[in-house]
Design a protein around this ligand. Structure first.
Ligand code: CTP
Ligand code: MG
Length: 229
């Protein structure tokens, strides 16, 4: 295969608050990482899973239960560090997709839309959704309670970013080599854009939401139904 798929799962899961790295927290009876990998089993790509130090063997066992072959590597302090670690292990693939394990219910069709856009000539692709809420900027960002509200931002001109984000592998490597952006961004396409390269959009999916808070985990649990084991 000419495609590598990096699944970043090395975050700590502070906002989920389960007292363990998020990808290893159970939802509907299985780790979030297992749900994510099950959804990727049919994708034709070389899988690299990036996890916290010390959890490599657990991740390999989870991959096996999910029915996928994956190379497991250790991530870093920030998401960008983890993506960089995944890139180092991605080999010489022509295209690289970077996906959040926390988007555990991402429909396989979304991954395929990203791959199709790359094959059709895009060098950077992001799945996006329209923004549903009315949105304002803030003049002085504090905690939400103390924000001083600025004007409404036309939501028709906004899109929410999802993953997997897909790239020409050489372009993504160049973007990561332009190092100062590293550490700051939670969006790989932003690093590519900083090089002046165009970023294409494909349709995202509500099911590709990121499990971030306990309420998100409840939603995932209800969508997955009763425990799978
Ligand atoms: N991630 C990672 N390495 C990091 C930080 C994040 O691989 N150092 C991954 C997470 O595992 C997740 C994805 O990036 O799959 C999106 O990050 P996020 O939802 O913020 O996860 P966490 O950082 O784990 O959560 P929190 O910010 O609440 O601690
Ligand atoms: Mg985080």
């Amino acid at each position: 295969t000419d495609t590598a798929l990096i699944v970043v799962a090395a975050g700590s899961g502070t906002r989920l608050g389960r007292g363990m790295p998020k990808a290893f927290a159970l939802v509907a009876g299985a780790p979030i990482l297992e749900h994510a990998l099950r959804g990727l089993a049919a994708v034709d790509a070389r899988l690299v899973v990036v996890v916290p130090a010390g959890l490599e063997a657990d991740a390999s066992a989870i991959a096996e239960r999910a029915g996928v072959a994956a190379r497991v590597v250790v991530g870093g302090e920030t998401r960008a560090d983890s993506v960089a670690a995944g890139l180092d292990a991605a080999g010489d693939a022509r295209w690289v997709l970077v996906h959040d394990a926390a988007r555990a219910l991402t429909p396989p069709a979304q991954v395929e839309r990203v791959i199709a856009a790359l094959r059709e000539g895009a060098s950077a692709v992001v799945p996006v959704l329209p923004v549903v809420d009315t949105v304002r900027s803030v003049e002085a960002a504090r905690q939400s309670d103390g924000d001083v509200l600025g004007p409404i931002v036309d939501r028709a001109a906004l899109r929410a970013m999802q993953t997997p984000q897909g790239f020409d592998a050489q372009l993504l490597r160049r973007a990561y080599a332009a190092a100062d952006a590293r550490g700051a961004s939670t969006d790989d396409a932003q690093l590519v854009q900083a090089l002046g390269e165009p970023v294409a959009a494909v349709r995202g999916d509500e099911l590709a939401f990121k499990i971030t808070t306990p309420a998100d985990a409840d939603r995932a649990e209800s969508l997955l139904g009763p425990a799978i084991r």
